[in-house]
Write a protein that binds this ligand. Structure first.
Ligand code: RP5
Length: 164
């Protein structure tokens, strides 16, 4: 399958209720022109379907995983258990503990099965996508140029800001 047609990144989330935050990862990958796909799959509610999807997505070319979950957030760990590709975890603030529970669940992986854990919520969703782009950019120079442009645009925006 040509690279333009195959998904390079898969974003999985434990519930549709996570989408309101995870759409920021989706939008960032779209902005960088990175082919990707988004799925709701749960480590707890759809364990077998999740395993099938991991196998299928990698067969179709997925190179980086983004896994978002809230509460007893095991999704990233389960994905990491089934792949040696990089897995980036996004803690979702979906319970009364405001994402602290999700953060600790995702970040405290046992040595040997890593999940690169991002910030809680929107910053984590955004940065997971940017980190996925950085990982892919290691072998794709045009993505490196786009990342430099993105950083430059951020700097210009700050320089253009005025205080009242
Ligand atoms: C987790 O449980 C999901 O990732 C979500 O953040 C949380 C609550 O899910 P819903 O009850 O809203 O479906 O598995």
């Amino acid at each position: 399958m040509p690279e333009q047609e195959r998904p390079l990144v898969a974003i999985v989330m434990g519930s549709k209720s996570d989408w309101e935050l995870m759409r920021h990862a989706d939008e960032m990958l779209t902005q960088f022109g990175v082919q990707h796909e988004c799925r709701v799959l749960s480590a707890h509610r759809t364990p077998d379907l999740l395993c099938d999807y991991i196998t299928d997505a990698e067969r179709r070319g997925v190179e980086v995983w983004i896994a978002a979950a809230g509460g007893a957030a095991h999704l990233g760990g389960v994905v990491a258990a089934h792949t040696v590709k990089p897995v980036l975890g996004v803690p979702i603030p979906s319970t009364s503990l405001n994402g602290i529970d999700s953060l600790l669940a995702i970040v405290q992986m046992p040595a040997g099965i890593p999940v690169g854990t991002l910030a809680i919520g929107k910053p984590g969703a955004t940065n997971a996508a940017l980190l996925a782009v950085s990982i892919l950019a290691a072998s794709r120079p045009p993505l490196t140029e786009k990342l430099k442009q993105y950083r430059g645009d951020q700097a210009k925006k700050i320089l253009g800001e005025t205080l009242p």
